[in-house]
Ligand binder design. Sequence first.
Ligand SMILES: [Zn+2]
Length: 317
Amino acid sequence: MNNVNLPHLSRRRFIATAGLGGTVAFAPRLLFAQEKGIVPTMIDDAAQAKIETHPLRRGISVLEGSGGNIGVLTGKDGKLLIDSGFAVSKARIVEALNALSADPVTQLINTHWHVDHTDGNAWVHSAGATITAHENTKKHLSTSTRVEGWQYTFPPSPAGALPTTIFDDEQHVHHNDTSIGLKYYGPAHTDSDISVVFEEADVIHVGDTLWNGIYPFIDYSTGGSIDGMIRATERNLSVITEKTIVIPGHGPVGNKAALSEFRDMLSTIRSNVAALKKQGKSLSETIAARPTAAYDAKWGQFLITPAFFVALVYSGV
Ligand SMILES: [Zn+2]
């Protein structure tokens, strides 16, 4: 389960930006100044990517290849999806869903408001699904929302893409003979993140509070922070066992060991960056000091480059 190949996004574009950090006193936008931008890149990559299906247990699978990992629970009440990926992947997602079973999609849960997890909401809703999410997911999707770290302003989503059921702390869903617990993290990767626990199967979808084996994006524009990410990871560790299957927002399906490694990476880099900032170092000096060096070979090979991750941590310490 840990051997799933990492995807789909064009790594070269992001790696090419990493060298800017030591020489330019930049805001995160400069990381993308000569690129087409992170959001259009994600959409273009989703438009080309294959959808890979990973069956887990008790009717639960993961579809990988359209933005965030999509969880699927099949059964007589219809399919329940966790996150809806990018709309450009609709045809391939439908094909992957049909290969799992003939049940229609009747429920969708959003782990948070980001476009790579909610862009497919409108078509999934038209296909007959209700949409459940934290109240802040509905809030951000309902209005024009700027994400500075992506240098992108999202227009309000169409009415059909908005959550139809919202909650502020926790919610329980019974579907396909499965008890499903939804729980708000508090501010973490954004201010809208929830975990989704399939009780009997002992499977948890933790949304973008875990990027398994890759540096995470943190959205300070809508309430995320490095400390919130660490708190959410501690909570994830406290509610699972060695047997729990952990579905991350990005990266391969993981487990408790993967979460522990992620927590250690986040807290070590947080202390390294905080120490440099306390010495009075600017962001570009902090990047030049390479506080992530011990982790870059493993964690820096994807969407968020080492320099960009340092910038995200620096903003929060
Ligand atoms: Zn996200």
